[in-house]
Design a protein around this ligand. Structure first.
Ligand code: PLP
Length: 450
């Protein structure tokens, strides 16, 4: 068994971490996780940390959930992997029905992949191909409309529809071009408005973009309600429904990327429910397997699916698939996840937790460097600013957000920063006293900012 030091040496020598400046990473002592239980992570030295971000927004019921462990073990005793090219398998088949039953009505065809990025990539290709070949499509529709400040993953297609320069600008010459809608980021309104003077300019703006480009757009891609990776930017009420209505009016397909917001995190099972809309395509990942195994699904309407039907020699087939498409182990975990939601009334039990979190966060607003606190369900972003009055940001080199997260670790809490926005996204299974610990540690850590 390797010691912590051995593991740290290997990590520094042979591992390349995602979204990480490795020159800085190798200067630190890495925290190496060995196990987990409930809402806690345990490192190789036996130290316990509250998982305040549900391991990148995936472990919605925490860690080592007996019911999900058992389901995966039972499936292991049958088969771990078989291809979906030319074959079906039991868990993937059963899961498709379970998903269709809980998704907004009208989404009926489940295409599996293995990450949020691939779920989006699949959605883009389906939308594009549908427009090219379906009777109800239009081959002139070759563009995608998406949002500034959006994040849809790291594969080339998903980067092309992304709107965060920090992650995406480097690759601009590799990407297909599209149209970007200004993000309704109310705290830093792109139309220069404050809430009191706002006339919903963002609603008119998206309407203008669709009037100009709607006739050549294959689809509109959006993170419903919350732009997560940009720092939990919460869209104004009615915005998603407005986009749905505009897409219908202009015959543009609507792709809802629920990779981050799906599976309870906004307070309802899916974010689209809150504005009573059905997208043409929905992308699911992260919480779908409760963080157990890599799994994603792109679910389309029957109308879209029908656009791919024909004789083999018409070549209308969706020529896309991954080796691990519909992996039985991952699908078994996902079914157990949905069972867990149902059997434990997870969504009902979540509501008082959201109220408690909200109360605790309200108190944090008084802290000197807290500019805005954004919360939807349990998705929380705390935007730190140098000066509250002017909303001036800290210099990037100060790495304030990162420093706050490192400070919170001293109190036994793992949280994450996106720039200077502190993200809290605990498992739905978090208890009220764990919410107190999470908020106390976060507030103490923010108080150290000078
Ligand atoms: N879409 C959204 C909205 C996301 O937040 C993410 C990841 O955070 C992705 C797509 C990409 O998912 P993955 O990291 O599983 O590829």
């Amino acid at each position: 068994m390797s010691t912590t030091q051995d593991l740290q040496t290997i990590d520094r020598t042979n591992v390349w971490h995602p979204f990480t400046q490795m020159a800085e990473w190798v200067q630190q002592d890495q925290l190496i996780i060995e196990s987990g239980k409930d809402n806690w992570l345990i490192d190789t030295e036996g130290n316990r940390y509250l998982d305040g971000i549900s391991s990148l927004w995936t472990n919605v019921h925490g860690h080592c959930v007996p019911e999900i462990d058992n389901a995966v073990q039972e499936q292991l005793g049958k088969i771990a992997h078989t291809t979906m090219l030319g074959l079906a398998n039991v868990p993937a088949t059963e899961l498709a029905k379970r998903l269709v039953d809980i998704l907004p009505q009208g989404l009926t065809r489940v295409f599996y992949s293995d990450s949020g990025s691939t779920a989006v990539e699949v959605a883009l290709k389906i939308a594009f191909q549908f427009q090219q070949q379906a009777e109800k499509g239009d081959p002139n529709r070759i563009k995608f409309i998406s949002m500034q400040n959006s994040y849809h993953g790291d594969t080339i297609g998903s980067v092309a529809v992304g709107g965060m320069d920090l992650f995406h600008a480097t690759y601009k010459h590799m990407l297909f071009q599209g149209e970007k809608v200004l993000s309704p980021y109310c705290y830093r309104c792109p139309f220069g408005k404050e809430k009191a003077t706002c006339d919903h300019e963002c609603f008119q703006h998206v309407e203008d973009v669709l009037s100009e480009h709607g006739s050549t757009a294959a689809a509109f891609v959006i993170e419903p309600l919350v732009q997560g990776a940009a720092g939990q930017i919460m869209h104004p009420e009615g915005y998603l429904a407005h986009v749905r209505e505009l897409c219908t009016r202009h015959n543009v397909l609507l792709i809802a990327d629920e990779v981050a917001v799906g599976f309870g995190k906004t307070g309802t099972m899916f974010a689209c429910e809150q504005e009573n809309i059905t997208p043409d395509i929905i992308c699911l990942a992260k919480g779908i397997s409760a963080g157990y195994l890599p799994l994603a699904a792109t679910v389309a309407s029957e109308e879209i699916y029908n656009g791919f039907l024909g004789k083999h020699e018409e070549f209308k087939t969706f020529f896309h698939g991954h080796t691990y498409t519909g992996n039985p182990l991952a699908c078994a975990a996902a079914i157990a996840n949905l069972d867990y939601f149902e059997n434990n009334n997870v969504m009902e039990k979540l509501q008082p937790k959201i109220a408690h979190l909200q109360n605790r966060l309200n108190a944090m607003q008084e802290l000197e460097h807290v500019g805005e606190i954004r919360i939807r369900g349990i998705m929380t972003g705390i935007e730190l600013v140098k000066d509250k009055g002017s909303k001036a940001s800290f210099e990037a080199a100060a790495k304030i957000g990162h420093r706050v997260c490192m400070e919170a670790r001293k109190y036994g809490v793992i949280i994450r920063n996106l720039g200077d926005v502190i993200i809290l996204m605990p498992p739905l299974s978090i208890s009220l006293s764990e919410i107190d610990l999470l908020c106390d540690a976060t507030a103490k850590a923010i108080s150290t900012v000078t």
